[in-house]
Design a protein around this ligand. Structure first.
Ligand code: ARG
Length: 466
């Protein structure tokens, strides 16, 4: 035809009631083989389990089952060797594999699709894929947490300024700051583990949406495929994509954590802050400004968050108006998940490398920790503890001391005892013990506080769980 449409042959898998084949545009919008070929291993594994179950229940013969398994093994090696020819006419991975099976083993291939539909088949393949991806993510988060635990241990005593509003607030330790990220990525990993538990039910056997009259054994296929049990409602089974949404929402939260860390790395590595130096392996130079060392890896980790969040919104939007059960809209689930999985893996790996390699500039952190009146709260606390002032009054007196230091252009610890006594007569020499950043940090021994002794306890707790 003039528009390039091949309407001569109808689809060989479902074309029975169609007189002509799809138009070229129809084929293009309908086909998913371009991306769902990624599911080939899961599809073959699922078909093998299904065929074995059919044979053991006497639904197909053992000879047919053996031929099917052998043919599927051949297909697996063809795909892995790169010799398999994927065809867009055959729409998706399921039909590409089944059509090839028919070429290889003849009529027995047609018995494989007994008591199943592509609806439960795709739900199975995709679940298996997401489950494996979650397991991989769990391992990668464990490696990232381990990198942070090492840095935290080395820097349990390294004083740095703690910030609120990105203004110097109170001194903390770099070890404590690292452990904040251990908490975040620890929660991400817990979410990953929950998601694995949630999705650990086998969809195969739900068939198109209503189940099947064949005497299948869904517990058998569930077990063979490593699932805890089969799903309990065939309608929900083929219309549910919660496992994909859960993956994307976990990925979005994790990417958000990675992005906040990336932002800190960008700030800390500026000459103005100078808290860290990135390794050459995780930075780049400028083609025009020879002095520059750019934190490109951190910037790209920060940017990947946009894509991952976008995928979550995209799939939520695809799903939000769908009536039960399966609709072809759901074919749009895979690219979002595949793209996010790739981005998240890369972001976690890059961040793990950066954290492992970065050089901590303790002198710069220490100098910054001492400026900006970061021990003002310690002065106020001293007035409460040693001079019996109510906290509000102590806050006011401290404010006067800060104003004086600001006027003189010095730090609180540089004010003389006379100057401090002029502000409040009860101040004694003991005040200088708390005005140092080391004393300030060491005093914060409350559970979860920044004192090196407390940080070491938290490191030990996490080491026992990583
Ligand atoms: N390629 C489809 C998908 O990814 C497979 C399921 C198609 N089912 C159907 N009844 N058309 O969703």
């Amino acid at each position: 035809m003039a528009d390039g449409t091949d309407q001569k042959s109808s689809n060989q898998m479902w074309g029975g009631r169609f007189a002509s084949g799809p138009s070229a545009i129809m084929e293009e919008i309908n086909a998913s083989i371009g991306f769902d070929k990624k599911l080939y291993a899961q599809d073959i594994r699922g078909s093998m389990a299904h065929a074995s179950m059919l044979a053991s229940k006497g639904i197909i013969s053992t000879e047919d089952k053996d031929k099917i398994i052998e043919g599927l093994n051949t297909i697996l090696s063809e795909i892995e060797a790169g010799t398999f020819e994927f065809s867009r006419k055959l729409e998706d991975i399921h039909m590409n594999i089944e059509a090839r099976l028919a070429t290889l083993i003849g009529t027995a291939a047609g018995r494989l699709h007994t008591a199943r539909s592509r609806n439960d088949q795709v739900a199975l393949d995709f679940r298996l894929w997401v489950k494996e991806e979650l397991q991989k993510t769990e391992g990668m988060l464990t490696a990232l947490i381990a990198a942070f635990l090492d840095r935290a241990e080395e820097n349990a005593d390294t004083v740095m300024p703690g910030f609120t509003h990105l203004q110097t607030a109170q001194p903390v330790t770099f070890g404590h700051h690292c452990m904040a990220y251990v908490e975040m990525f620890g929660r991400d990993r817990a979410r990953v583990r929950h998601a694995i538990e949630h999705l650990d039910e086998s969809p195969i056997g739900a068939a198109a949406l209503a189940g099947t009259g064949y005497p299948i054994d869904r517990h058998m296929t569930a077990k063979a495929l490593g699932f805890r049990e089969p799903t309990r409602n065939s309608i929900d089974t083929v219309s549910d994509r919660d496992f994909a949404l859960e993956f994307l929402s976990i990925a979005s939260i994790c990417a958000t954590h990675l992005s906040r860390l990336a932002e800190e790395i960008v700030i800390w590595s500026t000459p103005q802050f100078g808290f860290i130096r990135l390794s050459d392996a995780f930075s780049t130079g400028s083609s025009i400004m020879p002095q520059k060392k750019n934190p490109d890896a951190a910037e790209l980790v920060r940017a990947k968050t946009g894509r991952i969040n976008g995928s979550l919104v995209a799939l939520l939007t695809v799903m939000k108006g769908l009536p039960l059960a399966y609709s072809k809209d759901m074919q749009e689930d895979k690219e979002q998940v595949f793209d996010s999985a790739e981005s998240l893996e890369l972001a976690i790996a890059a961040m793990t490398g950066m954290i492992r390699d970065l050089e901590v500039r303790k002198d710069r952190m220490r100098a910054a920790a001492g400026s900006g009146y970061s021990t003002a709260t310690d002065l106020a606390d001293w007035l409460v503890r040693e001079a019996g002032l109510p906290f509000r009054d102590a806050h006011h007196v401290t404010g006067n001391a800060v104003a004086l230091a600001e006027k003189k252009g010095c730090d609180l610890a540089d004010l003389s005892l006379e100057e401090l006594q002029a502000i409040h007569p009860d101040i004694t020499n003991g005040i200088f013990d708390v005005l140092s950043v080391e004393a300030s940090v060491a005093s914060r021994t409350s559970f979860g506080g920044t004192a090196p002794s407390e940080v070491r306890k938290q490191i030990a707790w996490w080491r026992g769980r990583n």
